[in-house]
Design a protein around this ligand. Structure first.
Ligand SMILES: Nc1ncnc2c1ncn2[C@@H]1O[C@H](COP(=O)(O)OP(=O)(O)OP(=O)(O)O)[C@@H](O)[C@H]1O
Ligand SMILES: [Mg+2]
Length: 207
């Protein structure tokens, strides 16, 4: 939980093309219409320094990037976003919606690349200043189906093998099993509207 912070912190997770950005935008509108102060952010990015790190991470030319460097760059982008935006916003009772957060590093670099999960948790605690989401959605999609939904040019991570993406999916499901109270698994084989009904019911419960 976002300890001692007045706002609520909601994150959206899931493989490529699972509908995170679609549902984030619907959630932002829903909460704003209800009169809440809401901030929608994306990871990696959200602030200038972190967006610069994002370009490095997603640039298809960076084929030489090691998994250790990749892990720390994701954490660095996150650390800046937390300090510059997320913590101050939560202190001001804002509802912060974040499209990806620490769980992404646990699955993409941990389950996907074999980086030690304990180490990611430890560096993650440092990068996030111990701030944890109050509620996390996991949009679960078949990896190949998710990748096929992406129409634009694929980035450095999206270009990885189907095996890699399957490990990511299984990693997400393992995390959800470990933390069922925080992480709500949503099956995405339904209309955007039907999926949002489910999202809304969980969000209403934590507000
Ligand atoms: N429930 C749905 N059914 C069918 N298509 C959907 C659904 N939700 C989203 N889409 C479409 O799938 C594509 C990917 O959705 P979206 O961009 O929201 O996913 P994402 O998880 O943010 O993807 P990325 O990993 O690229 O950021 C978009 O074209 C979107 O319109
Ligand atoms: Mg997206």
């Amino acid at each position: 939980m976002a300890k001692n912070l007045a706002g609520k912190f909601i994150t959206l997770e899931g493989s490529e093309g699972s509908g995170k950005s679609t549902q984030s935008a619907l959630l932002e509108k829903y909460l704003k219409d209800k009169g809440y102060s809401v901030l929608l952010l994306r990871e990696p990015g959200g602030v200038s320094i972190s967006e610069n790190i994002r370009s490095m991470l997603l640039n298809v030319k960076n084929t030489a990037m090691s998994k250790e460097c990749e892990t720390l760059l994701y954490m660095a982008a996150r650390a800046q976003l937390v300090e510059e935006i997320i913590r101050p916003a939560l202190e001001k009772r804002t509802i912060v919606i974040c499209d990806r957060f620490l769980d992404s590093t646990l699955v993409y670099q941990g389950y996907g690349h074999g980086i030690d999960l304990k180490l990611i948790e430890c560096v993650g605690e440092f990068a996030t200043q111990g701030i944890k989401p109050d509620l996390t959605f996991l949009f679960d999609i078949d990896s190949a189906q998710g990748l096929s939904r992406i129409q634009r040019a694929k980035d450095r991570i999206e270009l990885r093998s189907l095996d890699y993406h399957n490990r990511v999916r299984q990693g997400y499901l393992a995390l959800a099993k470990k933390e069922p109270k925080r992480i709500k698994v949503i099956n995405v084989n339904e209309s955007k509207e039907k999926i949002f009904e489910k999202v809304k019911s969980h969000v209403d419960r934590v507000l």
